[in-house]
Design a protein around this ligand. Sequence first.
Ligand SMILES: [Fe+2]
Length: 385
Amino acid sequence: MPLYHSLGSIPPKRHTQFRKPDGSLYAEELVSTEGFSSLYSLVYHAYPPTIVKTLGEPYSVEPKIAREKHLKHTSLIGFNIQPEDDYLQSRKPVLVNSDLHISLAAPRQSMTDYFYKNSQADEVVFIHEGSGTLKTGFGNIKFQYGDYLVIPRGTIYQMEFDGTANRLFIVESFSPIRPPKRYRNQYGQLMEHSPYCERDIKLPANLKTYDEHGDFKILIKKQGLIYPYIYATHPFDFIGWDGFHYPWALSIHDFEPITGRLHQPPPVHQTFEGNNFVICSFVPRKFDYHPLSIPAPYNHSNVDSDEVLYYVDGDFMSRKSVVKGQITLHPGGIPHGPHPGSVEKSIGKESTDELAVMIDPFRPLMLTEDAIKIEDENYYKSWQY
Ligand SMILES: [Fe+2]
């Protein structure tokens, strides 16, 4: 996050002696991104973060592609993904390309006997149902319905859920996730026209140092494989840290919609960006107020981008029979638009309570085997009168 933050104890000068009460040194670690050219943090550990005891056999979690090329409006019934106890096993990639993987998950249990680190991607975990705590060495972030957890690559974490009914919509991004550049001034500050500002950002808090030796299993994801590592010291042994690289969160409910007299284009909903894709939030808002306005969206030919909508809540005015957790994929190359009747129906309406997450990738998405299992095969015919 382009916002300086610090928790715990740090020495007044970087790269200088910082000692424990017994006189020995704490272990400094620079966590840097894009080489040394982008956001970074300096972390002070009780012990070096390098003490590996053993390595397990790596195993593949690469998405299995079922439909590499296609040109069909597609819908997936996301809540048909079956709940599973384990967090990592519950994550089912459904739509993937070389810039991002989109997964659905319904984990029942908290992570207690291992930690997880995604070393190949930033993760955005959208909390559709459930609540809990994201636990990291940087501190903890409490989460609830509507939160986007942004977990930068390399962050070791655990998900602690308050209950067993959890529904997550997850984006793994192979480039850094960031607030759109046009929302930020030359110093990185979110500007007045941004739909959210720094006050809306949830920062890690309550740093607790785990000064522990033992066998600590960290499952590390890299290049589609999970590498089981056993470390000799607890990964959350941070004494303190400072910098710009750390997990953070933003609630979709804190995204302030931009409205106008006429239908506003999708970029007003933009929330985050990665390389070759954007993430947008459709939130409850007043409709367009020109006397002849048509609140429903126009037909749209997205010539060179796919469009993914994930329906969260509310009544989606441009669609008929949409259910919570449903995904629609409107591939670039063919037009899509409001369902029959929804344009006339929208006229005169003053507001909408729709809540959805949209992802527009600029490279075509492939469907996985897990996606095919939850597909509504007749969706492409749903515009027939
Ligand atoms: Fe569109």
